[in-house]
Design a protein around this ligand. Structure first.
Ligand code: NDP
Length: 282
């Protein structure tokens, strides 16, 4: 039976540490706000935005909310980002993705100043991470590293297989595992022999975006399994990319869905905001 990696509990620990840190910074006169921009009223995005604002309130960071209509032009959005870039009170800018189709996501990400890029998506942040320089780390993969470390899972020397190569999860995940001295293989939709490859993993991170795709046949006995996927099944129940009930008996540790990776993403966003406030001079 696997140990269940409790992301909810670990995220709470991190948020409590950050709350203390933010209070210490406040005593030194260092405060700042996270600006959260949502374009349109996609219900899932609204939930994420609300959770982010609640997390700010819990930690003691101000959040500024910009709810723009779905027909906001790219130019209008860029103008708002520019204004927030210039606003010294704003230490972090977050545009909830996805943005509507008429807006170029890359142009938006690039417009946010790297020192306010608390999502860690700006090309400069990505470049800094790649060559091991200072910069904000993307929240989901950074949260997974914290989950592993705080659960006592050693990464160094382990064969880590990351399934998925998206810019927000798979690729940065591979880089961060490499930074922790894991031996990393990245698999994707064109990978041959995915099962055999996954069966070689000591640590398997699954970010495919396909409900319950990974079953027992993909797992080496004793592997640590991290499930990034979030889906609703036919009964409207949340599930991941991994068939939990089949994989759990084989794994040595596994994240559940919900309550695994999900809560860590917001905790690491808060970590980036507090780091940004800590950077204030004086
Ligand atoms: P994307 O759809 O952007 O990427 C999916 C990746 O999986 C691609 O690289 C794709 O390969 C690969 N893939 C698809 N099918 C297969 C297959 N049959 N075999 C091997 N590889 C395959 O997804 P994201 O990375 O954005 O997200 C992945 C999942 O994680 C989603 O369920 C998403 O909802 C969830 N998520 C959860 C977060 C959290 O906080 N818990 C945060 C972000 C995402 P190719 O590149 O070749 O197309």
């Amino acid at each position: 039976m696997a140990a269940i990696i409790d992301g909810k509990k670990i995220a709470q620990e991190i948020k409590d540490e950050l709350k203390e840190k933010a209070a210490c910074l406040k005593e030194k006169g260092k405060t700042g706000a996270l600006a959260v921009i949502q374009v349109g009223d996609d219900p899932a995005s609204s939930v994420y935005v609300r959770n982010k604002k609640n997390a700010c309130a819990y930690i003691g960071i101000e959040s500024l909310s910009y709810e723009l209509s779905g027909d906001t032009t790219q130019q209008e959005l860029l103008a708002l980002i520019q204004q927030l870039n210039e606003d010294e009170r704003v230490r972090g800018i977050l545009v909830q993705l996805p943005v509507p189709g008429h807006i170029d996501e890359n142009a938006i990400i690039k417009a946010i100043r790297p020192e306010k890029d608390v999502d860690g998506f700006h090309p400069e942040s990505v470049g800094a991470m790649t060559i091991g320089q200072k910069g904000f780390l993307p929240c989901t993969p950074a949260g997974i590293i914290q989950l592993l470390k705080r659960s006592g899972v050693e990464i160094e020397g382990k064969h880590c297989v990351v399934v998925g190569r998206s810019n927000i999860v798979g690729k940065p995940m591979a880089l961060l595992l490499l930074r922790e001295n894991g031996t990393v293989t990245v698999a994707h939709s064109r990978t041959r022999n995915l099962k055999e490859l996954c069966r070689q993993a000591d640590i398997l991170v699954v970010a495919i975006g396909k409900p319950r795709f990974i079953d027992a046949e993909y797992i080496k006995e004793g592997a640590v399994v991290i499930d990034v996927g979030i889906h609703r099944d036919a009964h409207n129940k949340l599930c991941g990319d991994v068939k939990f009930e089949e994989v759990e008996p084989l794994a040595s540790a596994i994240t559940p869905v919900p309550g695994g990776v999900g809560p860590m993403t917001i905790a690491m966003l808060m970590n980036n905001c507090v780091e940004s406030i800590a950077e204030i001079e004086g």
